[in-house]
Design a protein around this ligand. Structure first.
Ligand code: NI
Length: 171
């Protein structure tokens, strides 16, 4: 049974996941179409491929760990996608899937199949993974002459973590 304090902790955790996805979407929206093919090196994935990779990893880990919530994966087809609007739609869908999976697995605990002892560790892994690629995307853009300035993109990326939204009774 989920207590009131568990429920409020869960709400904050899911809010952190929403913010993580909003940060990623805001990064995507700040990238011009012509910069979507930027790569840090010749053998590195492009910016578009890294966003698609994030979408794929979310869904692949749901399928592996909580197959009852899994979707069919079309990674090779998805990798051809370069349109930011289409990629944004994918990211919204997989973010929602991750959130719903976490919530369902906490409310109705069943053993996690492979990688995690608890659904919250899955959530934390995704946040860490996406922060890692966030930096790689910005590096690829910089190498290819499409640097994003912190003063322009910072408020809607980094800034979202620290935005006060009266989620909890802080003193
Ligand atoms: Ni990765």
């Amino acid at each position: 049974m989920i207590t009131h304090s568990d429920q409020s902790l869960l709400s904050v955790l899911l809010e952190s996941w929403n913010r993580n996805n909003n940060i990623l979407i805001n990064l995507l929206r700040s990238i011009p179409q012509e910069a979507m093919d930027s790569r840090a090196t010749n053998s590195s994935p492009s910016v578009a491929e890294m966003f698609v990779h994030i979408h794929y990893v979310r869904l692949a880990l749901i399928s592996e760990n909580a197959p009852r919530f899994g979707r069919t994966l079309h990674y090779q087809d998805w990798l051809k996608e370069r349109q930011p609007v289409a990629i944004e739609k994918m990211l919204h869908q997989s973010a929602s899937d991750v959130g719903q999976t976490i919530l369902s697995c906490i409310r109705d605990p069943q053993p996690i199949k492979f990688h995690y002892d608890h659904p919250v560790l899955f959530l934390q892994h995704m946040v860490w993974h996406e922060g890692y690629h966030h930096g790689q995307i910005k590096l690829a853009l910089k190498v290819c002459g499409h640097s994003l300035m912190d003063k322009e993109v910072g408020p809607d990326t980094w800034g979202l973590w620290m935005r006060k939204a009266k989620l909890v009774n802080s003193k």
